[in-house]
Design a protein. Structure first.
Length: 293
């Protein structure tokens, strides 16, 4: 098993502490004391049934000022010990994979127009808007830059936008030895079928009962915000359950953590890295045992 070292350099650590000065102290990480970032499948296997791994939707949290899907937001998540970021992969005119949610630049950058027709020289001039709608000095990140920033530090869920190329993305993840750190998202049955060749290699988030995908290894199944209907219990017998809690009030967090294995939220700053993880020592011991095996 490849070592995934979590240690940060002192200069970077100082920067991260400064960035989080107004957000209170970081939430303790359940990985504290571990020397490596465990493979995501190992984490899921060790996860207690009444706890849920928290994933930050669009790579940020509602309380942060940093732009969504940005390197600065990713650094903020890491500094707060958030364990997973959901990010969106698109592409510009020459096929370069980038991190951006919308099909146009209008709402989250200082420019306008379609993403997919943007030339590289124009892309280089784009600057992101923060959550206060202020233009920043931060560029739209490429997939390469985002992967490099996340490597060995935080898990990623990657959502493929229509302009993105699955094969290119997969190869970039492989080249960085990050397969064990990434979950691939299929939003519909067609996308699930397109991702099927990678099912043995990657953990995935699949739509419910996508036809033609086959049984394959244990995977994640996305049920959105409808986890209260009890259907998640049927899924848990064979797969992991991924769902969302969008509301600001976390009063039902205990129910959500019991129903889901991965909880995607816009409010990551409100939750511990693993929501409702009571038996932290047992979780760590399971991870250590798997690493030693």
């Amino acid at each position: 098993m490849n070592a995934k070292h979590l240690a940060l350099s002192m200069p970077l650590f100082a920067v991260l502490l400064t960035a989080c000065a107004n957000a209170g102290p970081p939430v303790p990480s359940p990985f504290a004391g571990l020397e490596t970032l465990p493979p995501i499948r190992t984490v899921m296997e060790c996860l207690p049934k009444d706890a849920a791994l928290v994933a930050a939707h669009r790579g940020t949290s509602a309380a942060y000022i940093e732009p969504e899907n940005s390197i600065s937001a990713l650094e903020r998540l890491i500094a707060n010990n958030t364990m997973m970021a959901e990010i969106d992969i698109a592409a510009i005119s020459d096929g370069t994979p980038i991190i951006f949610h919308d099909g146009v630049w209008d709402y989250h950058t200082d420019q306008s127009g379609p993403v997919v027709s943007t030339r590289p020289e124009d892309f280089a001039r784009l600057r992101l808007r923060n959550t206060k709608n202020t233009v920043t000095a931060e560029p739209v990140p490429t997939l390469a830059a985002m992967l490099d920033a996340a490597k060995d530090r935080i898990y990623l869920e990657v959502d493929f936008k229509t302009s993105s190329d699955i094969e290119t993305t997969i190869q970039m993840i492989r080249d960085r030895d990050m397969v064990d750190q990434v979950i691939l998202i299929a939003t519909d049955a067609a996308e699930a079928i397109a991702l099927k060749p990678y099912a043995e290699e990657f953990l995935m988030s699949l739509p419910q009962a996508p036809k033609g995908t086959g049984a394959g290894p244990k995977q994640g199944v996305w049920i959105g915000a409808k986890w209260k209907d009890g259907g998640e219990k049927r899924i848990q017998a064979r797969n992991y359950v991924l769902g969302a809690q969008w509301q600001k009030n976390p009063a039902e967090l205990t129910k959500a953590a019991r129903a889901l294995d991965i909880l995607v939220t816009d409010q990551a700053q409100r939750y511990a890295p693993v929501a409702k993880l009571d038996k932290v020592a047992a979780f760590r011991n399971c991870l250590k045992a798997a690493d030693a095996a």
